[in-house]
Design a protein around this ligand. Structure first.
Ligand code: NAD
Ligand code: ZN
Length: 319
């Protein structure tokens, strides 16, 4: 259980002190009517000066991003024919983990995947709608998404801390040096040059420092590179929260489940428990929408497709 006092007031918050591995133990589903929940969330937003958004995979899904099924067959049929439809070649997430025989094959798939799920993805209408609710407020986004959709929707990079990497960046596979490289143009060249799932050997990216293989800048193992821009974004996040923690702050959690709950979900619960001036809006579907009972009216968990709940909240805020 979290303590109810506010001993943390005015202490500086950093990304590391913000993180939490402990879930609330008093989850409840709301028993109020949907319309009442929307009104409650809209009120929290209207009354806030500071807004911290926390976005997980559900945000992109609700906005229309597709990863498997027919969509995968259409965009990755070539790879299904080569590797079979086995467990890996079902959706973009699993495909990335296929044990590729060589680097030419690995980048053959990954260039396609990175472009499809990242640079070429546009599910921004829902993101834009959401952002329109916060005009005039101090806004920051913490996100585990790696697909840049909030940036495309108009949020400035200074307001974003994307902790888990980017579909646009590559790094030294072993993380031997702390730099990342934008590879979108290279991905386009690879995508155009690919034959039978493989790219030409001379296109395989090599580490400019150690000469070894490169990898996507995605947090999948301990070699994930946190470059200067990552640390700078982390510092801006800490500065925003250090200032906002004693103000009228609302935390808006968007489709964050239990895959990586320690970065947004649990810390949002802890922060709200520790500060009586902080409200929590949790948007999710099913049991993911449960909120800590001890937060009382300071938390609202809305169990609905975010394509709907976001639109309803925004029109209620503007009413
Ligand atoms: N778009 C991306 O960039 C992307 C996509 C998939 C995975 N990832 C990575 O995988 C990890 C996923 O962790 P996570 O906790 O975000 O994901 P998660 O899969 O644990 O949680 C997603 C949550 O969104 C909810 N959700 C799904 N569709 C919804 C809808 N239409 N309306 C409301 N809620 C909905 C689900 O109930 C679930 O709780 C992250 O580390 C991330 O880096 C990123
Ligand atoms: Zn290297």
């Amino acid at each position: 259980m979290f303590s109810k006092n506010s001993t943390n007031k005015s202490t500086k918050i950093s990304f590391n002190t913000f993180l939490s591995g402990a879930p609330a133990r008093d989850y409840i589903m709301q028993d109020t009517h949907y319309d009442e929940q929307i009104a409650q969330a809209a009120n929290m937003i209207r009354n806030a000066d500071h807004v911290l958004l926390g976005a997980g995979a559900g945000m992109s899904t609700a906005a229309g991003a597709q990863y498997g099924g027919k969509f995968f067959e259409e965009h990755f049929g070539e790879f299904q024919r080569i590797y079979g439809k086995g467990p890996h070649m079902q959706d973009m997430y699993s495909a990335g983990f296929y044990p590729f025989p060589d680097q030419e094959s690995k980048w053959g798939l990954w260039s396609r995947l990175a472009l499809t799920a990242g640079a070429d993805l546009d599910v921004t209408p829902l993101h834009r709608t959401l952002l329109s609710a916060f005009e005039g407020k101090k806004l920051f986004l913490l996100s585990t998404n790696v697909d840049h959709q909030f940036e495309k929707a108009g949020l400035s990079t200074e307001q974003i801390f994307a902790t888990q990497g980017s579909y646009n960046l590559i790094q030294c596979k072993h993380g031997y040096h702390p730099k990342t490289y934008n590879a979108v143009e290279r991905f386009r060249e690879m995508d155009a040059a690919r034959r039978n799932g493989r790219i030409p050997s001379e296109m395989v990216p090599k580490c400019p420092v150690c000469g070894g293989n490169m990898a996507m800048n995605l947090r999948v193992d301990d070699h994930f590179v946190e470059d200067a821009a990552w640390h700078e974004a982390g510092r801006r996040f800490g500065a925003f929260l250090s200032e906002a923690q004693d103000k009228k702050l609302v935390l808006v959690e968007l489709g964050v489940g239990f895959n990586t709950p320690t970065i947004i979900r649990f810390p949002f619960e802890k922060l709200s428990q520790e500060h009586e001036n902080i409200n929590l809006i949790r948007l999710n579907v099913g049991s993911g929408a449960a909120v800590p009972a001890s937060l009382g009216k300071r938390a609202v968990g809305i169990d609905a497709d975010m394509a709907k709940s976001i639109a309803d909240i925004v029109s209620s805020v503007r009413r």
